[in-house]
Every structure is written in C-alpha cells, then in structure tokens.
Ligand binder design. Structure first.
Ligand code: PRX
Length: 654
C-alpha cells in the first residue's frame, strides 16, 4: 500500500478535549460560517482589531493577480507589537524569554523590548536608513534579531532576514538583489558547542556588496569568541551594536506606513537557480499573522509560546516575532541545537520555562522519536496545553508519538499548512473546535478560499489534485522583489485565463469527510528537514565546480528529514570519480548555498537519462534514488543509460 493510500485509510479521530474547548478563543463554528459567507467583511473585522493611525475605508481591491488590502489605511507594525501593550498591564510582562545554547538566559519585558527597539531604530536612522531602504539581518536566534526586525518596522525600513546557516555567497546574492544599505550581524552564534562565524561570513559577502554602507555587529558573548572567529572591524563601515546603542535616544517616533508599504522581503527557493524575494505588506500581513496566531495557538496572557523556528525562515517572522507580539504573548527564543549538550535539551527548557504551547517541524518530531521517550519522560511537561507542527507533511506515526509522549494525550495538535508566500497559516485545525485526524491539516481557516483542482482547474470534491487559493487573502505576498512578471508567472499562470487562481505548488487530497491531506511539492522544489531548496539551485552550485559537466538533483524519501538530496553528476574530461571528489563536491555545495543543501548521495555517471529532446528525466532519477522499479523509459534517447545508473546506485548503497 502506498503512503498516500495509507494516509487516506487513517481513521483515528481526536475531538478537541473538553478541558481545552472550555477556555478556547474559538470554540464556535459560527466564526467559520460567517467568514465563508463574506470573507472580505470577515478580514475587515479582523483588521479593525489592529491599531491604525489612519483607519482604512477600503477592504480588498483586486485586479487579478494583484490585490491590495486596506489600501488607504496607515499604521505601524512596531506600535502594534509594542506601544499598544506598554499602555496596559502587559507593560511588565515578558515579551521574549531567551536562552542561548551555552545556557545564558535573558528576559525582555514588553517595556524593555520597546526601549531596545526605539533605541535601535534611532541607531538605524543615525546610519542614514530611511523609509523604504533595505536592511539585511544575518543573526543567530538572539533577542537582537527581533529587535532589529521591529526597529526596521518602526522607521519603515524593509528588512531582509537571511538565515544564519546560509553561506557568504547566499548572503551576498540576497543583499545584492534587494540592494541593502546596512547589514546587521554578530561576531558569532553558538551551534552544537561551536561558534558559527557570522561576521567572518559577512566579511566574505561584503567583498562584493556595493550597496552596503554600514555593518552593525552584535557582540554575542564578550570573551567567548576565539582568535579565529573574533570579528575584524573595518573602520568607517563596521560598528559594534552595543557601542551604538549607548548613545541612542530612548524615544523614536514611529513612521506612518501605508497598509500596502512593504514590511519585509524574505528569499525563498523556487524552480529556478535564483531564490525569489517574497515581498510582504504592512497592514495585510499583520492582519493575517495576528488573527491566525490568536485563533490557531489560542494565545492567552499566561501562555509561554515556543515556536522553534529560526527567524531566518517565514515561520520565525510570523510566529516568533510578529504574530505573537501583536497579541501581547510571551515567546521563547532558543539559539542552539535541539540535542546540545544532550537530547533532553528541548524538554528541559519546556520544563524550566513553563512552556505551554510548543510549535515545531515534523523532522524534529521524528528525531525526538528516534532519540527515545526516556528524554521527554524525565521532565515535567504538564504545563504544555497545545502542540503544533509545520513545514512538511507529518506521518501519522510521528503525529501519534507527539500526541502520546509529548502531549500526554491531553493536548490538541495543530498541523498547520502554509508557505513563505502565504505569510500566515492557511489550513489548520482550530484547537478548540476541530476534530483532528493524524496526518491531516484538516480544514482551511476562516476567511480563506482554498480549492483542490485538476490540471484543467476543475474543482475536485474528493480525491487528489492541486492546491489552489481562489480569493486573495490579506497576508498574501504582493510581488517578487524587482520582478513582478515572475510573480505572475510563478503563482498565477498555471491555468491560462485564470489569473485569479493562486497555484501553491503543492499536491493534496480531500477525503470523504472533506479533510485536507497535503502530499507535498509537485514542482522541482525539495523539502529537506522542513526547509525549501530548489533542485536547480543545487544543480547550479554543482556545475560551478570545475570538475562538473552536468548535474541533476532529485529528492529521495528520508526517514528523518522527510526528503534528502540525491545528485547525479557527469564529470568533465580529465576528472576521475573518487570518493575524495564526492566529499569535495558535497562541501562545495555547502559553501555555495549552506550546509542544509549538501547532497546526501552523489552518484557519478557518464551520462544522464534524457529524452530525445534533451530534457533530463528526473522522474527516473527519483525512481533510482528511492530504489523503485524504473518507470516508463520508452521516451529516453538511450534507455541503457538509466539501467546502468540504477545498477551503479545500488552498488554504491550496498
Ligand atoms: O510543501 C509545503 C510544505 O512547505 C512548503 C512551504 O515551505 P516554506 O515556504 O519554506 O514555508 C514553510 C513554513 C510555512 C509548502 O508548499 N508545508 C508547509 N507546511 C506543511 C507543509 N506540508 C505539509 N503539511 C504542512 N503542515
């Protein structure tokens, strides 16, 4: 039985626990019914709950595929996340509870965070940053990351956060594409007991980023950095964060932003070699993340919400920083690895900090499962009341483990489907309402119009198809930075004559009860440990190596990571296939993109299976990498190539 069929025969059901339901923010299906009757009016009501400087009079305006929301309204995201709360009893409530990997902790109350943000916003202004300018942020998971993001929002600068695990080249490309004027980084960050040399990487990137005028460097831990990692400061360009902050004034007037002004750019992989700069708006984005945080995570004033994502990914933007803070919640921020110094780390932190809501990725859950129950069982997890997952399909077995071992059969699980492009959660259970099925993201949230369609855009009521969103939603991406045509081509051109249909790139199934089961990407995008990586990106990195003539990259099933990367490589004349070269290529991809993109397998081959028109048959390569019988090979120019490759691959594996 295939995994998909297995999923669809899943018939365990978990109603919302009565104890949870009694206190839940949403426990009445009327919300969804009202939203479905008039989604635009629903979002207008949600947006009105934010604090507006100039109230909007317009809701959705739509000339497919470009939409605007609340266009004539004005607001500031940082005042919604901070100033709103410091006027109330939340002033002294913890906004961020931070724990560094070495064990150092810091708690910032809403008041303290507000002061830090105002000061750093003044620092940015003193460096010449103005409304609309771009600022790159390349930091570990430390409070300064949230401070820097909110400070940009305060003065109307557009941030471009780059995940700290990305290489200097990836950082350089993202800075250059969006022409950032300032880069904010740290001398280093801690990961598995080692120092990640962020400033050294930033220096390498900045040899070729003409737009950068200033680099601000956070001193992560005085005295902790070695000679080698210690930041070399360049006069006139680089300055220490703490020095700049000493002189910064405490008051900072927030910029008055139009609802449609960009809040941030976040790069994500697509089907070409070049990552796309996804542009998110101010008013619509904040409406989406504030509403979904409140409904899906049921945030209450005494909760401690731990979303384990890094701020370098969209989950960190929407559910570590903006969504929870806009709701006045307390968020955990953890810098390091989940198994450092040992495999108790996450549960130890849940216990010590009294975490009540825990949101992580299936890949992490599968790792926890593998490490064994003894680790969580050594800790008191009784404060946990809600669990969440995101980033990739969760297999029912991992769901059940999460439910039993972490949630003690007491906590609802929200399996949340969304994307960098959607900005906020789209499909998810409402924990006080929805009966869940292990492995299903259940139903679209109120206000979203999601449809399953076939290749001709015809709706499919039950069965498998492509996931589309049929009406604009407030937190949708507005464009791709500098390339509106690519926005149209990528998301709204799948079905000619239907620029109103957003194509998500995912396949899904609807079961007889109308539950959604997300099956994963249908394009050339991989999902490795919940991280999006384009096959073309890895291929372009590989062909950048002098030994490589041609490369084809596919994803293969992986027990822990969901998918792993397998590369098929043809060498240039004069190069020999050796295991040393294989290691070198793996490292090379790591240097070009980042460690997450290193292929698990590299197979050298004299030829790649191609159609007579020269197209590489990735489908067959996937069959080989996953050890399946080969599919149809009749369209190949030379069918013997693929049989030879299969033999070689199997020999290498054994
Ligand atoms: O394939 C889907 C998968 O992750 C993709 C989006 O990746 P990214 O933009 O990096 O954002 C990840 C975090 C929001 C989707 O196209 N995905 C995300 N959540 C789920 C999922 N697949 C199945 N179930 C989910 N809950």
């Amino acid at each position: 039985m295939s995994e998909i069929d297995a999923l669809l025969t899943e018939n365990r059901r978990f109603p919302s626990p009565p104890a949870f339901q009694r206190v839940a923010t949403v426990s009445d299906a009327a919300v969804a019914t009202a939203a479905a009757a008039d989604p635009d009016a629903y979002w207008v009501t949600m947006a009105r709950q934010l604090e507006w400087i100039t109230p909007f009079t317009k809701g959705l305006e739509w000339t497919a595929p470009f939409a605007t929301w609340f266009r004539d309204g004005q607001l500031n995201v940082s005042t919604n996340c901070l100033d709103r709360h410091i006027r109330t009893a939340r002033r002294n409530k913890a906004a961020i509870i931070f724990e560094g990997e070495p064990g150092d902790t810091r708690t910032l109350t809403y008041w303290q965070l507000y002061i830090e943000v105002c000061k750093f916003a003044n620092v940015l202004r003193s460096l010449g940053v103005r409304k609309g300018d771009r600022v790159a942020i390349y930091l570990p998971m430390i409070p300064e990351a949230a401070v820097a993001m909110l400070a940009c929002a305060r003065i109307g600068a557009i941030h471009n956060v780059v995940f700290g695990g990305f290489s200097p080249e990836s950082l350089r490309d993202r800075i250059n594409d969006s022409q950032c004027r300032v880069l904010i980084t740290a001398d280093g960050g801690f990961r598995r007991g080692q120092v990640v040399p962020l400033k050294r990487n930033a220096d390498a990137a900045m040899t070729d980023t003409p737009s950068i005028e200033h680099c601000v460097v956070v001193q992560r831990r005085a005295g902790a950095m070695s000679e080698e990692t210690h930041a070399q400061m360049q006069d006139g360009r680089d300055a220490w964060w703490h020095r700049l902050m000493q002189k910064a004034p405490l008051q900072c007037e927030p910029a008055v932003m139009d609802a449609e002004d960009p809040l941030f750019i976040l790069y994500t992989s697509g089907t070409t070699g070049k990552p796309k700069g996804i542009v998110h708006s101010t008013g619509g984005y904040l409406t989406g993340v504030t509403t979904t945080s409140r409904q899906v995570f049921d945030l209450k004033d005494d909760d401690v919400f731990w979303c384990t994502a890094d701020v370098g990914w969209v989950t960190g933007h929407s559910y570590v920083v903006y969504g929870p803070l806009a709701n006045g919640a307390t968020c955990m921020l953890y810098e390091g690895a989940p198994d450092w110094p040992d495999k108790n780390r996450m549960w130890d932190m849940c216990e010590r900090h009294g975490v009540t809501i825990f949101y992580t990725a299936p890949t992490a859950i599968r790792a926890f499962m593998k490490w064994g129950e003894k680790h969580p069982n050594q800790h008191d997890l009784s404060r946990l009341r809600l669990l969440g997952t995101v980033g990739e399909p969760i297999n029912p077995e991992a769901w059940m483990w999460y439910h039993r071992v972490i949630g003690k059969e007491r906590c609802p699980i929200v399996d949340t489907w969304w994307q960098t492009e959607t900005g906020a959660i789209v499909i998810s259970p409402l924990p006080g309402l929805t009966e869940t099925k292990p492995g299903s993201a259940t139903h679209p949230l109120p206000g979203y119009s999601v449809a399953l369609v076939d290749t001709h855009a015809q709706p499919i009521p039950v069965g498998g198809g492509l996931l589309t969103i049929t009406r604009p939603w407030p937190s949708m991406l507005r464009t791709i930075w500098g390339d509106p045509q690519r926005y149209v081509d990528t998301y709204f051109s799948k079905w000619p004559g239907r620029p109103d249909l957003y194509f998500a790139g995912d396949g899904a199934k609807l079961d007889d009860d109308g539950y959604w089961w997300i099956l994963g990407r249908v394009d050339d995008v991989l999902n490795v440990a919940g991280h999006r990586i384009g096959t073309m990106e890895v291929e372009s990195a590989l062909v950048g190596h002098p030994s490589v003539a041609e490369a084809a990259v596919v994803g293969k099933d992986h027990e822990l990571k969901g998918q792993a990367i397998a590369a098929f490589v043809t060498l240039r004349e004069g190069f020999t296939a050796t295991s040393a070269l294989r290691d070198e290529l793996r490292e090379f991809v790591g240097e070009k993109i980042g460690a997450i993109a290193k292929p698990d397998d590299i197979l050298f081959s004299a030829d790649l299976p191609k159609t007579r028109s020269g197209k590489i048959m990735r489908r067959l390569l996937r069959d080989i990498a996953e050890g399946r019988a080969l599919g149809d090979t009749t369209t190949l120019a030379d069918p013997s190539v693929v049989a030879g490759l299969k033999e070689q691959y199997e020999a290498q594996e054994s």
